[in-house]
Design a protein around this ligand. Structure first.
Ligand SMILES: Nc1ncnc2c1ncn2[C@@H]1O[C@H](COP(=O)(O)OP(=O)(O)OP(=O)(O)O)[C@@H](O)[C@H]1O
Length: 736
């Protein structure tokens, strides 16, 4: 390792997201290029850099920075360069020389301790002096704090993040409770805070450490979809992570419960802990469910069979008994659940309910947990559907994990009925928010496929509701989309029942058997880029979607995206590119929005319509990268043009391939999926069933057949620890 001392002369490049910076650095008048990760670097700063020299293919010799610290120059020449670097307002080279001529090597000491003496120098008036004093003292504070925290061995990147949050309080906060930074500083989790604490000399049995470690374990539990952890599991897990005796965990758990951070409950006679917010969500949701389900509607005056008959006539179909029962149940009850596999008529029933409610003069809204799903429902029903976040008027300023909404108990939705499609995707927190905004007398109809993967967020909502036996459930079981040539629906139903489907490569459900992962990859690339577009006329970008059960590895989404980009949109001189970390975004790329952004503006390219809101799962193509304005232009599949700033790039990912979880709620003409091996916890029947049901016209599975077989036979090993079912039963029995 070497050290360099000098002034930041010019920042050539800075990536706001990961801090990657390239700069010209002035070492005693000699310019060198330095590269490294900086939270924020200012031109003019004097730094001590530690790192090593390396040769870059195109740019020659560069200094790669491992760590840095703010420092001060010692030579007169260095001080002149430092003062005139632009860091201090009103000081150019001429004034800097005059200052140093006057004070010599004491200059910085004068600035630190007797800044008023600067007025002795010709050309520095009161205004300039005041400004210099202000900026210099800010600089000094940053320098002092940074020097102090870096002495504890905290890396420069974290040191700057900490300083930005706490400023002059940084050291005090760190010494008092380094675990506090997990809550306050974005991007710092338990593991980093724990390392910092160790460097500060915190013992492993320090109560603050144990409290924070338990919270981390609980958080990890709900990141896996559970709402609680049994006491036994939580103690074992925490003791393992923290490396302390179980008794220490038990003791601090009581402390957390006393503080109200966690909630102790007995579930099936076993003690269990919830993060308090999740307990509230689950318990409130259960209570609201029971209350809504208990609503009685006067429907004697409504001739339901006649209304159904009118709908049948208008649509020229004949509903089967279950379908008719589904509509009746929705009309007669406060809550109804309508569940069924693909092609069993869920959309047909939604249309029927909307049709009848309209005739009854009822105000009805359609909603879905994701933007993609809402869009699809709008397309299939012809009725406008909203995301739940939109419906409830999401408050942007809040925390994404526990969102707050303008529609709530005090300001409920003024509607007569809410139909929620893709209900399997709703998590417990969002369900609770929705229920809070529903006033008595409003009907709630949940439509979905209970056999699909549960929500990404915590809870197992749809299945728990069904199993509670308190809410009315109708299961649609007859498949209508079953024309002779369509094996996708038939096979999806077979998979769902744990039976090996019939595979006949003449149908729309195909399986290509290949053992070698390299071959699987080659086949996918060949199919997407050439064979399917040429032989079947599907568009490689628009119609074909590759999905994968995994993110990492050769057949994971990250690698597939790189490979598919290479064949579908290779680099070319005329295509501009922008790199984010290791990902290259290129004009022409297929990309996907990965979070809901309700403020992002769009413009319909066919008309003058404009609006706001681009949703998690929206797909489009990069049509333009504009280096000058630092923007990206994206054309979404529904012909909306959206302009992103460069610093919003982390809201996008390539969409040549996506995970099965991400594909939930969307459908594609052609779906291609590699078969990969892995634990049944992740690779199970539900996942396969969800993947298969994404395909509308053609499905191709590629890989070893035994992986396929294992998934079909694996059953539902994805059991989550949730207690919505038990709570609904309990409140139901209490007759609240
Ligand atoms: N009772 C019926 N008689 C005749 N055709 C029906 C009947 N019910 C549904 N269909 C037809 O079956 C097809 C599938 O129905 P629908 O789209 O409502 O099912 P779905 O459950 O919403 O499917 P998916 O979840 O796969 O989108 C449609 O073409 C629909 O018109």
């Amino acid at each position: 390792m070497e050290t360099l001392k000098g002034t930041v002369d010019h920042i050539i490049f800075h990536n706001d997201k990961n801090g990657y910076t390239v700069a010209d650095f002035d070492v005693d008048g000699q310019m060198v290029t330095v590269v490294g990760n900086f939270e924020e670097l200012k031109e003019g700063e004097f730094l001590k850099l530690t790192g090593f020299w390396k040769e870059h293919q195109s740019y020659g010799e560069q200094f790669q920075i491992e760590s840095y610290a703010l420092d001060l120059p010692t030579s007169e020449e260095g001080v002149i360069r430092y003062l005139s670097s632009g860091l201090l307002p009103g000081i150019g080279e001429k004034t800097a020389i005059e200052i140093v001529n006057h004070f010599g090597t004491d200059t910085l000491d004068i600035l630190d301790n007797h800044p008023d003496r600067l007025s002795e120098v010709h050309g520095i008036g009161k205004k300039t002096l005041d400004k210099i004093k202000e900026v210099y003292s800010e600089q000094k504070e940053i320098r002092d704090v940074m020097i102090q925290i870096q002495e504890y061995g905290i890396s420069s990147t974290y040191a700057m993040k900490l300083y930005k949050t706490y400023q002059s309080d940084t050291v005090r906060v760190l010494l008092d409770n380094p675990y506090q930074i997990i809550k306050d500083v974005r991007g710092i989790g338990f593991k980093i805070a724990d390392q910092i604490a160790a460097q500060l000399g915190f013992e492993s049995q320090n109560p603050k450490r144990i409290l924070s470690g338990i919270s981390f374990c609980l958080q990890d539990c709900y990141a896996r979809g559970n709402t609680y952890m049994t006491e036994k599991d939580l103690i074992e897990y925490s003791a393992g992570i923290l490396g302390v005796p179980k008794e220490d965990i038990e003791f601090q758990l009581q402390e957390l419960a006393l503080r109200g951070d966690v909630r102790l409950e007995f579930i099936d006679d076993e003690p269990a802990y919830y993060p308090s917010a999740l307990f509230e969500a689950e318990d409130n949701a259960a209570l609201s469910m029971v209350r809504l389900a208990g609503a009685v509607f006067e429907t004697q005056t409504v001739d339901i069979p006649a209304m159904i008959a009118a709908y049948e006539e208008d649509m020229s179909i004949r509903l089967d008994n279950r379908q008719a029962e589904a509509i009746e149940t929705a009309i007669e009850n406060g809550i109804a659940i309508i569940t069924g596999g693909p092609g069993t008529g869920k959309t047909t029933i939604i249309n029927g309910i909307v049709y009848i409610f309209k005739r009854l003069g009822m105000k009805t809204v359609l909603a879905a947990p994701t933007g993609r799903a809402a869009k699809r429902i709008t397309e299939t029903t012809g009725e406008p559907a909203k995301t739940i976040h939109r419906l409830l008027e999401y408050d942007y300023s809040g925390d994404d994990d526990f969102p707050s909404f303008n529609r709530n108990e005090e300001n409920p939705l003024e509607v007569d009925a809410i139909i929620l499609d893709e209900a399997s995707m709703i998590d417990i927190v969002l369900l609770n928010s929705l229920l809070e905004a529903i006033k008595p007398g409003t009907r709630l109809i949940l439509v979905g496929d209970a056999d699909q993967l549960p929500s990404v967020g915590p809870g197992n909502v749809l299945q728990d509701l069904i199993e509670s036996n308190v809410v009315k459930v109708v299961r649609l079981d007859r498949i209508y989309r079953q024309s002779e040539e369509s094996m996708i629906s038939i096979n999806a139903h077979a998979i769902n029942e744990g039976m090996m489907p019939e595979i006949n490569n003449q149908s729309d459900f195909m399986f290509i058997r290949t053992m070698d992962p390299d071959k699987v990859l080659d086949t996918i690339l060949d199919l997407v880029a050439w064979r399917i577009p040429e032989k079947k006329g599907f568009d490689a970008m628009k119609d074909i979607q590759v999905i994968s059960p995994i993110k990492k590895g050769k057949l994971g989404v990250i690698s597939l995206n790189k490979e598919l980009q290479e064949v579908l949109n290779p680099a070319a001189d005329y295509k501009k590119e922008k790199t984010l970390g290791t990902v290259v975004f290129r004009e022409g790329d297929k990309v996907m929005q990965i979070k809901n952004n309700y403020k992002l503006k769009w413009e319909d390219i066919h008309g003058f319509e404009t609006g706001e809101g681009v949703y998690n799962g929206d797909i489009g193509n990069i049509t333009r990268i504009d280096e000058y304005n630092k923007t990206f232009e994206i054309l979404l599949t529904d012909d909306k043009k959206v302009v992103y700033e460069f610093d919003q790039l982390d809201e996008l990912t390539h969409a040549y391939a996506m995970t099965v979880h991400k594909s939930q709620g969307s459908e594609f003409p052609v779906v291609i999926m590699p078969m990969v091996g892995g634990p049944p916890m992740f690779l199970n029947r539900k996942l396969l069933y969800t993947a298969v049901t994404r395909a509308k016209k053609m499905l191709m599975l590629i890989g070893p057949q035994n992986y396929f077989y294992r998934m079909v036979k694996s059953g539902d090993t994805n059991e989550r620890r949730t207690a919505l079912k038990q709570r609904i039963k309990m409140y139901g029995e209490l007759n609240v």
